[in-house]
Ligand binder design. Structure first.
Ligand SMILES: Cc1cc2nc3c(=O)[nH]c(=O)nc-3n(C[C@H](O)[C@H](O)[C@H](O)COP(=O)(O)OP(=O)(O)OC[C@H]3O[C@@H](n4cnc5c(N)ncnc54)[C@H](O)[C@@H]3O)c2cc1C
Length: 386
């Protein structure tokens, strides 16, 4: 039986970050993962470019039963800290939008940097952790399908269960439950939605819009797919509390009814679909105008008002759409409840020596580098205290 100071279950962003920090504190560290490669989600993140942090890191970009839980970790680990780490590995970054950082040379370079930092840990790949028991006050026994280990501290960094093609498990939830923790039900987030709102022939159209969910307005692009709606604005809507309908404004910067009335008086002979296509993708404009043969002057103001409403307040009723699926979701909402975890140390309040980090917790971040930042920050705090 191999004995360590700290054993980390899960070699993702959170687990590797925890391992790096524990090693810096001269701990004897082992990392266990069920897959044949570490950091597989990092390797495909950000469309292969890895969006690793964001200057807008703040509690209001995180979601969960108590999203404020992130406050302590993100106050200790800022976006500048992550950039300094990236710099220390001589990696270059690009900002897709201001303050949203991607690796200029690709996500695999971020994986390589993470691995560089944990060279002195023992890494056990292809090891499915199956059970953890506490043999006495101070010692955990960790069983995998191939090995048995002992350690004083454990960090559970088993991630979420979305994107199962990469190799995921619900072990983190099971073990948390075993030690008395509550699990917040898990659902897909940062994903597309299926809805029959648009006919399949519109699929492939993408446009800039504003999606409102509750009081929050998200300006970003939307993509019509063969099954519903996707694109960043929809992804971002799905990580929020879905207690309301989603309202989509296709032209958020103008008053559409006023605009159409002006065009009706100044250019009445123009076809409505053509008028709309000056501001919307042509196929979508034709679909909204419906009757392609009519000029704008042929529409009564009351009819134009209905069309304007369709453009500026397209309602996707709450009960009419489904979150597309766990297979394609970038993260999950839900996980190990933060209620019984210390936000300052990531240690269980129910079982001393047991730590949690990353997506396994009931914390999901917005699109834009917030999830990897959370994994790095919470991993670092867990590694420091484990
Ligand atoms: C397609 C895609 C793109 C993304 N892009 C971005 C992005 O650009 N920016 C961003 O911030 N976030 C992005 N995310 C989200 C981000 O990748 C995750 O939130 C983050 O990687 C979670 O890190 P983690 O370490 O908590 O979990 P994971 O990275 O999921 O790591 C958990 C590890 O635990 C292992 N494990 C699980 N159970 C066991 C067990 N029983 N025994 C042994 N090992 C086990 C798993 O094999 C896995 O390797 C993306 C996600 C996806 C799916």
């Amino acid at each position: 039986m191999k004995t360590y100071d700290v054993i980390i279950v899960g070699a993702g962003a959170a687990g590797l970050s925890a391992a790096k920090t524990a090693l810096e504190l001269s701990k004897k560290v082992a990392i266990i993962d069920l897959g044949d490669k570490p950091a597989r989600k990092v390797a495909i993140s950000g469309g292969g470019r890895c969006n690793f942090t964001n200057d807008a890191i703040a509690p209001n970009r995180y979601f969960g039963e108590n999203a404020d839980f992130v406050r302590s970790a993100i106050s200790k680990v800022s976006s500048q800290d992550i950039l300094n780490w990236v710099k220390s590995h001589h990696l270059k970054w690009i900002e897709k939008t201001a303050g949203q950082y991607f690796c200029a040379t690709g996500a695999q370079d971020v994986v390589n940097a993470l691995l560089q930092d944990i060279k002195s840990a023992d890494l056990f790949l292809n090891n499915l952790t199956t059970d953890i028991t506490k043999s006495d006050e101070e010692t955990f026994v960790i069983k995998t399908d191939k090995n048995i280990f002992k350690s004083k501290s454990i960090v559970i960094a088993t991630g979420g269960i979305s994107y199962p093609v990469l190799g995921v498990s619900d072990f983190g939830y099971k073990i948390a439950k075993k030690f008395g923790h509550k699990i917040v039900p898990v659902r897909p987030a940062l994903c597309a939605i299926s809805t029959k709102m648009f006919p399949p022939e519109l699929s492939g159209i993408s446009f800039e819009a504003e999606a409102s969910i509750g009081k929050e307005k998200i300006k970003d692009s939307i993509l019509i797919t063969h099954f519903g709606l996707g694109g960043p604005a929809i992804y971002r809507a799905t990580v929020r509390n879905l207690i309301d309908d989603i309202h989509i404004n296709l032209l958020p910067d103008i008053n559409v009814f006023d605009w159409l009335k002006v065009v009706k008086t100044t250019e009445g002979k123009r076809n409505l679909a053509t008028v709309l296509s000056s501001k919307l993708p042509a196929r979508l404009a034709r679909y909204i105008a419906q009757d392609a043969s009519k000029n704008i002057a042929d529409f009564k103001d009351s009819e134009l008002k209905v069309i304007a409403e369709k453009i500026s307040n397209l309602v996707v009723p709450k009960d009419s759409f489904k979150l597309y699926n766990l297979q394609s979701a970038e993260v999950v909402r839900g996980g190990v409840s933060t209620a019984e975890i210390s936000s300052k140390t990531m240690e269980s309040k129910l079982c001393p020596g047991l730590f949690f980090a990353g997506e396994v917790l009931d914390i999901a971040g917005d699109l834009g580098g917030f999830n990897l930042h959370w994994a790095f920050a919470s991993g670092r705090i867990a590694g420091e205290n484990a």
